[in-house]
Design a protein around this ligand. Structure first.
Ligand SMILES: [Cu+2]
Length: 161
């Protein structure tokens, strides 16, 4: 019943959106206020390692899914969205070329062993206490700026404080 009603409503919005000029599209496009980044962090890079990783929790407060499509940082030549996967006891990283979906009223975890931002071609090694600025690009919410706090090699995620 609910599902039927919401899909009818979705169709209604879609039809309106195709008929109406700009403003309704803008309203429907979501905003950075719909996306909240919690505990953005990174780890010290061991000597001679030109890549680092970024972790965080992406919270989507909108009732539509959003998609993280890309990221960039002045500290890195290139930033990719990766997922670590284990197969037959071997772990490897898969580049998420189409980005990753953050569910509506939900969240997506970027954490060691799973999704991460791969910071490639680092300008300088990451040192404990550094703060690495990263721009995240979302399909609906647009640009969201975060700063990764660099923690020691053995550290886990920071607490909520
Ligand atoms: Cu990676």
């Amino acid at each position: 019943m609910n599902a039927h009603r919401s899909s009818t409503f979705g169709l209604f919005v879609f039809v309106l959106a195709t008929l109406m000029p700009g403003p309704l599209f803008a309203d429907d496009a979501g905003s950075a206020a719909d996306i909240r980044i919690e505990r953005p962090w990174s780890r010290v890079t061991p000597p001679g390692t030109p890549v680092g990783a970024g972790y965080m929790t992406i919270v989507n407060t909108a009732d539509e899914p959003d998609r993280l499509t890309a990221a960039e940082s002045p500290a890195a030549g290139r930033v990719q969205i990766h997922r670590s996967v284990k197969k037959d006891g071997n772990s490897s990283m898969v580049h998420q070329k189409d980005g990753v979906v953050v569910p509506p009223d939900g969240q997506l975890e970027f954490a060691p062993g799973g999704y991460h931002l791969m910071l490639m071609q680092l300008e300088d090694p990451l040192e404990e206490g550094d703060r690495v600025p990263v721009t995240l690009r979302f399909e609906r919410a647009g640009r969201v700026e975060v700063e990764l706090t660099v923690r020691s090699l053995t550290a886990g995620p920071p607490n909520d404080d």
